[in-house]
Design a binder for this molecule. Sequence first.
Ligand code: SF4
Length: 60
Amino acid sequence: METITVNEAFCPQNHACPVIRVCPTGAIEQHNAFSAPVINEEKCTGCGVCTNYCQTFSKN
Ligand code: SF4
């Protein structure tokens, strides 16, 4: 299965992550609007949808 890397260097970490809405399994989590998103590996299917929306997310 494809896994997803969150590259924090690409995330300005100053807004609520809009990509959370597009994940079909609710696998993207964010502690607060000033933190980078994190992937819940137990929920992520590796579909790659998030990588189409933001460069912070990339396939391994
Ligand atoms: S790869 Fe798919 S399931 Fe995993 S975080 Fe991205 S959009 Fe969600």
